[in-house]
Write a protein that binds this ligand. Structure first.
Ligand code: ZN
Length: 191
């Protein structure tokens, strides 16, 4: 979901022009009235890998994009919250689950959609969850049950692949220091 093109200044309502301001190296939207430079920066998507025993909780999306596809609970970070608070909030909103947030597990740059995705390991204290407004259904999956061909986003797929690989290798046991997995996903790999 890319940023919308900017036409007017949010401070004074005048038109803006895309140009390189003095002392800068990139094109910015500069107000023709009050000269404010409007910087656009990537947005953070924060989410969790909610675990109950050997199973992982996934949500089936009730909204576009990728309606009907499965995803880890995640969404845009809000102003005023931390990444862990945002991840826990999104998990509660989409999956109706109160989770205990663990360490950061994956960090994936998706520059072609101007986003950075962060997923935290999380545990469900009880197997209680319910579909929120943005989900058609929420369910626990064993590794062999994961609907790999029906996953909504490449970052979900990549994070789950890393999760099961690291768990099989014994790298996610309690008391183990978690090595954050990271990569960049480029346009050719988008689905
Ligand atoms: Zn202005």
């Amino acid at each position: 979901m890319k940023s919308f093109p900017m036409h007017y200044c949010s401070k004074c309502g005048s038109t803006v022009t895309l140009r390189i301001p003095a002392d800068d190296t990139r094109e910015r939207h500069v107000c023709n009235g009050c000269a404010t430079v409007h910087y656009l920066n990537p947005r953070n998507v924060v989410g969790t890998i909610p675990v109950w025993g050997e199973q992982v909780l996934l949500c089936r999306r009730a909204i576009q994009p990728r309606h009907g596809f499965w995803t880890l609970p995640a969404g845009f970070m809000e102003i005023g919250e931390s990444t862990t608070h945002g991840a826990a909030r999104e998990t509660l909103e989409e999956a109706g689950a109160h989770v205990e947030i663990g360490p950061l597990f994956s960090l994936i740059n998706v520059p072609h959609v101007e986003q950075v995705h962060l997923f935290y390991l999380a545990s469900l204290p009880t197997p209680e969850f319910s579909a929120g407004e943005e989900s058609l259904e929420v369910a626990l999956f064993y590794e062999h049950e994961i609907p790999w061909s029906e996953l909504a986003f490449p970052t979900t797929k990549q994070t789950l692949q890393w999760f099961f690989a690291d768990r099989s290798a014994g790298l996610l046991k309690a008391g183990t220091e978690i090595a954050v997995r990271s990569r960049d996903i480029l346009p050719a790999e988008s689905i």
